[in-house]
Design a protein around this ligand. Sequence first.
Ligand SMILES: [Zn+2]
Length: 459
Amino acid sequence: MYWSERQKQLFAQLEKDEKQLNKRLIAYYKLEYSKLDKEIAAFYQKYGVNDIIEYRSLMEALSDEDRILLIEQMDEFAKQYPQYSHLMPVRKNIYKLNRLEGLQQSVVMHQLKIGAVNDSTVSEYLKKQALRGVTAAVEAMGFGKEFYSENSGILKNIVGVPWCNGKNFSERIWDNTNKLAYYLTTDISQGFARGENYQKLTKQLRERFLNVNAKDAYRLIYTEGTYVMAEGTMQPFTEDFEKYRVSTAADGNVCPLCSDLSHSVFYIKDRAAGVNFPPLHPWCRCTFEIVVDDWDEWIENYEAKYNKQQAQKVLKSFGENGMINANNSKEVSDVQYIGKIKKNIYKCVSSDIITDEIIITEKQIEHIKHRHPNDYERFSMYFEEIVSEPDYIIEANKPNSALVLKEIQSEDEKFKTVVRIATSGDNPDFKNSIITFMKIDDKEWNRIIRNKKILYKSE
Ligand SMILES: [Zn+2]
């Protein structure tokens, strides 16, 4: 499957998962609110007269009974979430609380529980998504699914890493939690000060408690999901690739905010989410594509670092995934038009030929001039004849590519040309292109015909 399709699929699953997670969290917020609601009802019952609580009576010391309830609530939280117990007030301060402060502290405890549940649930969720992203990228490189799953060390580079304004998802969750706790406790004190009855006070409280928690959670899950997906799919490429470009169509819509940025190429090591790497804005669902200026150079380096077999494996997989674009960071305009090829001759190379036009890029011309001095000047006039009427088409070691052999009788010379076929996995603006070209002797000609797989031979 093409990488761009795979990315769409990853995001489709991500969206499904985040909806499910949201539902689960909202159910939990409702449950937690119903507990708070019971406490407030009891509070009115105990201290109210005709469903109104006199503000002055709220300033009286918290009853032993209420204090015990509060302390129990805190103990339970500390036991269940020891990692967050430092967020609670020290116990001795509980003895100084008045009735209002006691209720407010209980509200804070409910919010802390929500924060704790959000933190642990979202953390699990993001790890799962990050691993899916990593696995997809590893597969695109032609390695097995199991490449990283054993080694969760890679997830440490992704989940929980601060980004954008220097915060990680957990800090953002606790920021939201604290902010909402502040609003809720203020709602309560102001409601009592206005002399509101139970109905009125809880109506606003309930709305804020449920809506804001749900909204905060959804926005966070969405944006952090894009972050771990982009970072997770990028991680496996960081070792052996240098550049990327932002890609805007991961969810099938072109993101207007990111489409300007998608023309620029960045170094992978310089990527910064929120700046030049997704997510670039709230509700961003953009992703990236790998950019390689010169595949010949890449394969040389890669072979030197690992071995030829592995290089071929990655290249093959990249080809199958539609991730190889000849000179894909080059401007499409830097090309010279050569002519047309016959699709029915080249169908032995790929059944997915999108155009019959063939070009050569300035860059490849430079390359030919550099490596085979004078050949370009002397023989470029034969390019069209070579590619449109080949003697032989030979299997090449890169996907969607072929060696084209042609003897030019009038010159009494033989030529070898590598042609790259543009397929539907490429940028639709790309044409078929000549990658290299050189004059060869009879010995080399015969060697190729003898040793390589012949895909086509002219009659
Ligand atoms: Zn975007």
